[in-house]
Ligand binder design. Structure first.
Ligand code: NAP
Length: 247
């Protein structure tokens, strides 16, 4: 039976690279996106070229009704066995005192609340004690969770630290339900997230902090996510796997 996996934020960046990796590994996919339908359809076309199914679905992870729609679309494909909680944004780069409240709310809503809402639905449908087939959840955290990100986005770091704590707790809560829960914490990765926060040159300005001396590519994060979801990681739960070039 092919695994059926939902990836939130699958239209570009780390989510898109993960979709390509999982499609090659034989997953059928549902790709959530917020607004970039063309990107999601392009990624879906690349994924289906590997022989599986891939359905793009517009779904804001901070909205319960959108999360329900995302899971309903996945259920049409069959039994859901995987969730990658990847949708995220940094939104604004500044000291906290200069950060608008709306940006803070958005960062917490998408990075933390969105992860919680999607994991909640996944727990409902994947738990073997509730009639599901079991499975795995991978939450995308950040090296920011332990570094704190001063002068950039301390509230984003806090939201990602919350994702780490949530991962540890939910892994324990779902251990007897046949559902493993882990996180991947990327460091500085070359995606549009930095331009989305208004600082497209952030890779160049932040790279000197990275011990290996360069930014990572989304394709270097995806295999860690794929491994945690897959059959070789059956004894791994509650882990936060740092993929950050030594950061
Ligand atoms: P990205 O290239 O900016 O892509 C973000 C993705 O999230 C897009 O697919 C976007 O959809 C989606 N998204 C944004 N807001 C959403 C919402 N409210 N509901 C649903 N989807 C939403 O970002 P990325 O760098 O790949 O980041 C992926 C994850 O890695 C995030 O959780 C991020 O915090 C984490 N991370 C990234 C880095 C880095 O340096 N890049 C480092 C550490 C952690 P649309 O395309 O439709 O807008």
């Amino acid at each position: 039976m092919r695994p059926i996996t939902i990836i939130t934020g699958g239209s570009r960046g780390i989510g898109a690279a993960t979709a390509r990796w999982l499609a090659r590994a034989g997953h059928d996919l549902v790709l959530g996106y917020r607004g970039n339908r063309d990107g999601a359809e392009q990624v879906a076309a690349e994924a289906t070229a590997h022989g599986g199914r891939c359905l793009p679905v517009r779904a804001d992870v901070g909205q319960e009704s959108d999360v329900d729609r995302l899971f309903a679309a996945a259920a049409e494909l069959g039994t859901i066995t995987g969730l990658v909680n990847n949708a995220g944004l940094t939104a604004h780069i500044a000291d906290l005192a200069d950060t608008p409240v709306a940006a803070i709310r958005q960062v917490i809503d998408v990075n933390f609340l969105g992860t919680v809402l999607c994991a909640r639905r996944a727990a409902q449908v994947m738990s073997t004690r509730r009639g599901g087939a079991g499975g795995a959840i991978v939450n995308i955290s950040s090296s920011a969770a332990t570094l704190g990100s001063p002068h950039e986005y301390v509230h984003y770091a806090g939201a990602k630290a919350a994702v780490d704590a949530f991962t540890v707790g939910l892994a324990k809560e779902l251990a007897e339900d046949g559902v493993r829960v882990n996180a991947v914490a990327p460091g500085l990765v070359r995606t549009d997230i930095h331009a989305g926060a208004g600082v497209p040159e952030r890779i160049e300005t932040a790279v000197s902090r990275v011990p290996v001396g360069r930014a990572g590519e989304p394709e270097e994060i995806a295999p860690a996510i794929g491994w945690l979801l897959g059959p070789e990681a059956t004894y791994t739960s509650g882990a936060v796997l740092r993929v950050a070039g030594g950061l």
